[in-house]
Design a protein around this ligand. Structure first.
Ligand code: GTP
Ligand code: MG
Length: 311
């Protein structure tokens, strides 16, 4: 086995087949950093998508799956829609958001409840009129001025007919049940697309690379994470033990020492924290080796982007 299977939910039973189920895809969209991936993880109940306080953490659409007795929710996390920065990678990321919007049953349009911006409205404008939209102001735990939030909600409701407006705190879990109930009413009836215990559509080796990237986002400076990509060189499983060899691509030789840190401290910490997360998600011991490779201009290089799945 080479990391091609996906992690599964513990103890799930497959007793859902006999009932009339609802099943559909729900896109989670919004500008960078509003908490889309945190919300997806909260709704799925497991951390399948990586998150950080830096904008543009998510690069690839990832599905997170929740199956209940009455419905299968297939959430599609998307990269933050970028209106400010150009470049080949951002162009591709925006395109992938547009493509996702064309193929889903429901859209969760997420914004930071403390500030509604022009960039948020630009994302709302991208959503086809035919798809039901639930407006989801997130981070309500940070809202001091409730009246201002209510005012933006009513102003927005005049522009677009929302199927519902559900303010949430993704990090605290506030209102996530209410949000699931609203989504369920909008899902079409249909057979589940995934097994009841599937957590995600992505194989383990993809999630392993993403977990490493999350630690780089969290543990290195403001610039470096955007200049870095992760590729899994080798993924072996022997019994319950996974052996993972991953290359971290950087743009320039001068970035290598920043990533490695004095005495190798930073890279060591990235490795340790990534390994612990992988062990938790995969449910078994992990041996992880990280290498740094200099590959100049990778983010403008179509072949490398394709290898990374950014198409
Ligand atoms: N206070 C507060 N912080 C939150 C909440 N939800 C998310 N965050 C934080 O917001 C930051 C961004 O969260 P992400 O889930 O990575 O945001 P995202 O929209 O997926 O970002 P991109 O993938 O970069 O577009 C992280 O630091 C989260 O911890 C919330 O409800 N309250
Ligand atoms: Mg994200």
């Amino acid at each position: 086995m080479s990391g091609s299977t996906s992690p599964r939910r513990d103890g799930a039973t497959d007793d859902t087949a006999a009932k009339a189920m609802r099943c559909g895809q729900i896109a989670v969209v919004g500008r960078p950093n509003v908490g889309k991936s945190t919300l997806l993880n909260r709704l799925v109940g497991e951390k399948v998508s990586i998150t950080s306080r830096k904008a543009q953490t998510t690069r690839l659409p990832l599905r997170g799956i929740l199956t209940t007795a009455s419905a299968q929710f297939v959430f599609v996390d998307t990269p933050g829609f970028q209106t400010r920065h150009g470049g080949e990678m951002n162009r591709r990321l925006n395109l992938s958001v547009r493509r996702t919007l064309e193929s889903v049953d429901v859209v969760l349009w997420v914004w930071d409840a403390t500030r509604l911006t022009v960039a948020d409205r630009a994302v709302l404008d991208l959503i086809p009129a035919s798809v039901p939209v639930i407006a989801v102001p997130n981070k309500v735990d940070l809202v001091r001025d409730r009246a201002a939030l209510m005012a933006s909600v009513s102003e927005l409701s005049a522009v677009r007919a929302f199927a519902a407006v559900v303010p949430v705190s993704a990090s605290r879990g506030t209102q996530s049940e209410a949000l699931l109930r609203e989504i369920e009413t909008l899902l079409p009836e249909g057979e589940p697309m995934f097994a009841a215990d599937d957590l995600t559509d992505k194989p383990e080796r993809f999630l392993a690379a993403e977990i490493i990237r999350e630690k780089i986002f969290r543990l290195t400076g403001d610039e470096l994470p955007y200049r870095v990509a992760v590729m899994i060189d080798k993924y072996e499983q022997e019994g319950n033990l996974r052996r993972i060899f991953a290359a971290i691509l950087v743009d320039k030789a001068s970035q290598r020492p920043i990533l490695v840190g004095a005495g190798g401290e930073v890279l060591k910490r990235i490795g340790t924290e990534a390994r612990l997360d992988m062990q938790r998600l995969f449910g078994g011991p992990v041996y992880l080796e990280l290498f740094v490779k200099v590959k100049s201009g990778w983010s403008e290089n179509a072949a490398v982007l394709r290898d990374l799945g950014i198409t």
